[in-house]
Design a protein around this ligand. Structure first.
Ligand SMILES: O[C@H]1[C@H](O)[C@@H](O)[C@H](O)[C@@H](O)[C@H]1O
Length: 546
């Protein structure tokens, strides 16, 4: 792990003598100072890792359902129906969708750290509830509580990291969170496979879901000793504590005090400006309207929707987040074990591990490549491969004859359905597996990551609202896919289901081609100026080729 390798920076190095003067542009100065940082430093890594456990939990809880669904059998009173499975799966996304907007308000009033701690408690409660329940409604409630935790955690974790990390490392540290999500999914699949292999047939799945409480409890303990973010501390007038946290972030020592002063002043002036803007907006309004949150947010809503540039940014961010889910990836994440059971693999949970593993490895590759290839280009290359994979998968399903009620049936009975089948039907499952892996790999390279870089599309004043709306689009679409996948498989046939996802990919590709400019290498201001005058696709390509 990198040690705190900050260069000793003194005020005179950036032209500051004593206290930073009021006419110096503090944001420029702190950027200049931060440029000299070589590594995030050990304290920032520690903070990122401890907050990143939320990503791990997010991934674990979304991934573990795959093996759970094929292991529950009749432990909840009866064999699960298609509706039971769909509700159990999609409840998490629905509650994550509900809680995302509220968690922003909670994060401002209670602090970022307390919201993370509350999310941990919800993770623990939801995991225990699922592990001990004996009914389908109990399971749905447990999954919904986990949804609250996932929704709050997925909003607050990037905020916590962004407010603590020096600007220079912010992007990289935030995208690390996506890596944690996919790692969590791998862990969930390994645990799922291990329990179906060696666990008790009736209680194994209870351990799978219950284990989600462990990382949450660890994070809870670690977060108790972690600090609040300097920005929130300044917001609630605890400037002295904010200074101490900043000193640790920048590596401690006397020689960095100049930098800490500048960064602190910068935060203070930003917070002051925000408060003044809020007070200005509230002047002349009725008592009722003076509800700070409402008054503030109402105006930001106006700014977001009135300005053409902001509207374009929002359209692109929602398009990408919606497409990330509507392309059907999570139907594999949630139901791959069900699918592989359906087509006769002897160890469906082990087979489906390939989905989570491919996703994780190619997410690592994507994070290395994305700044070099560019967001637009990586999407335009990878989405056609996804569509091809889906069509191939659909072709594979054409050769497989499935008993009509198998989706809702006992998985163990599925093997017998494939005992004496012609060769084409024996190789077709392999074709399905290979095409699923092709699709997942291409997804992880582009759509799995790029939409989360949404904040770079928005100017500061509407960034949090814009990102919030596009994140809700993600959860909304995730809910739709979780709820509709099994009914689509049952009523439209698997072959048509995958064709529909392929059509969504093609439609998405056309939209991206027409309206998503290449933001690689552009500053936030340049992106903003470009979107203010149009979609800026041609101009962005000219710039990135120059
Ligand atoms: O970026 C993540 C990642 O791609 C996950 O694998 C997926 O399950 C999530 O829905 C997505 O938001």
């Amino acid at each position: 792990m990198a040690d705190s390798a900050e260069e000793p920076l003194m005020r005179h190095e950036v032209g500051l003598e004593e206290e930073p003067s009021q006419d110096v542009d503090l944001s420029d100065v702190s950027l200049l100072l931060e440029k000299n940082l070589r590594h995030p430093g050990y304290f920032v890594w520690l903070l990122t890792l401890s907050a990143g456990i939320s990503g791990l939990l997010f991934g674990y809880d979304t991934g573990v359902i795959s093996a759970t669904l094929v292991s529950i059998n009749s432990s909840l009173g009866h064999q699960l129906t298609t509706l039971d499975k769909s509700l159990i799966t999609s409840a998490t996304a629905l509650f994550a969708l509900f809680v995302s907007p509220i968690s922003g308000v909670l994060a401002d009033t209670l602090g970022r750290k307390r919201v993370l701690l509350l999310a941990d408690l919800a993770f623990i409660l939801g995991a225990v509830m699922q592990a001990i329940t004996s009914s389908v409604p109990g399971m749905i409630i447990g999954r919904s509580i986990v949804g609250l935790a996932v929704g709050a955690g997925s909003f607050v974790t990037p905020l916590y990291i962004a407010e603590l990390a020096p600007a220079k490392f912010r992007g990289r540290l935030i995208t690390l969170n996506v890596l944690f999500i996919t790692l969590g999914q791998v862990v969930a699949y390994v645990v799922g496979w291990a329990f179906t292999q060696w666990g008790n047939e009736n209680t194994g799945w209870r351990w799978m879901v219950g284990l989600g409480a462990v990382p949450a409890a660890i994070q809870c303990m670690v977060m108790l000793v972690m600090p609040e973010t300097p920005r929130w501390l300044v917001m609630v007038d605890r400037t002295h504590e904010a200074r101490n946290v900043l000193s640790k972030v920048y590596g401690g020592g006397r020689d960095i005090q100049g930098m800490v002063d500048v960064v602190l002043k910068n935060i203070e002036s930003e917070v002051r400006e925000e408060e003044e803007a809020k007070r200005g907006r509230m002047r002349g309004q009725t008592k009722k309207e003076q509800n700070a949150w409402f008054a503030g947010s109402k105006d930001v809503w106006g700014e977001l929707f009135r300005s053409p540039g902001n509207r374009r940014a929002l359209t692109i961010a929602c398009l990408l987040q919606g497409l990330q889910q509507l392309c059907g990836f999570n139907s594999l994440m949630y139901f791959s074990a069900t699918i592989f059971t359906l087509i006769g693999f002897a160890s469906p949970t082990l087979t489906s591990l390939s989905v989570a593993f491919t996703n994780f490895i190619l997410t690592c590759v994507a994070l290395l490549l994305i700044d070099r290839i560019g967001r637009r280009r990586i999407l335009l290359y990878s989405i056609p491969i996804m569509a091809f994979g889906l069509l191939l998968c659909s072709a594979g399903f054409v050769f497989i004859i499935l008993p009509t009620d198998l989706i809702a049936d006992n998985p163990s009975s599925s093997a017998s359905a494939h005992e004496s089948v012609p060769l084409s039907e024996r190789t077709a499952p392999l074709l399905v597996l290979a095409s699923v892996m092709l699709y997942v790999g291409a997804y992880a390279l582009g759509l799995g990551n790029v939409p989360w870089m949404q904040s770079e599309l928005f100017p500061l004043n509407v960034r949090s609202l814009g990102s919030g709306i596009s994140t809700s689009t993600n959860w909304g679409a995730n809910f739709v896919v979780g709820l509709t996948f099994l009914p689509m498989m049952e009523f439209l046939t698997p072959a048509w289901t995958f064709v529909i996802y392929a059509v969504v990919c093609v439609g998405g590709w056309i939209c991206i081609y027409c309206i998503y400019p290449e933001t690689k290498g552009l500053s936030l201001e340049e992106t903003g100026a470009m979107l203010a005058n149009g979609w800026g696709v041609r101009e962005s390509l000219r710039r990135s080729e120059a």
